[in-house]
Write a protein that binds this ligand. Sequence first.
Ligand code: SAM
Length: 200
Amino acid sequence: MSEPSPSKHPVIAEDMARLGGLLRESLAPHLAPQGQMRILNLACGRCDEAETLIQVGSELAGGGSVEMVGADIRIREIRQARETHAHLPAEFLLEDATQIGRHQQLGDDFNLVFLRHQNFWHGQELWKKIFDQGIAKLRPDGRLVITSYFDEEHRLALRALEALGMEVVSNRRNKASRSLTDAPGKSVDRWVAVLKRRGT
Ligand SMILES: C[S@@+](CC[C@H](N)C(=O)[O-])C[C@H]1O[C@@H](n2cnc3c(N)ncnc32)[C@H](O)[C@@H]1O
């Protein structure tokens, strides 16, 4: 029997309500209504946020189509994502995100590239490559969003993205974010930042 969807768990549902609200507030002013929304979710894990992203994406698409591609290197999480989110317009790829550029049929016209709880602190060179590959998949007017568990990691990740030619257009501290009990100073989607290509 399949496990219940994690997004139906009340604690995760509350995280998602907060994330959805922040994404609406942060993205809408910086992403003109799009005819369609293609979302690339890199390092998505089991992708608890799939339904939230599709919902926000469909609002931003203004009635147009929405699709999401999630990618992660861990087979267990990708299997779980495929099973849990089979009803959504989403596919989940077992891929090394540092090599996602090789996946040419994915295209490079994503309106949104999303990285939830990027892990920059634990592998700066690896994550610079993942960021670089994500940026290359964006439409010129597309937006990249990261969320972070803690302040210093978020600051460093933003600095790395700026060095890759991105500009921060919105950066919000999620005041209601759920603290991680065994990790002081860390909380769920503690920061949510929106970036665009500099000069666009
Ligand atoms: C902190 S977790 C975040 C997972 C998920 N986005 C979330 O918010 O729960 C970091 C994720 O990065 C993934 N990851 C690490 N290196 C990767 C790579 N080279 N390609 C794709 N995913 C990678 C891990 O498997 C893990 O799922």
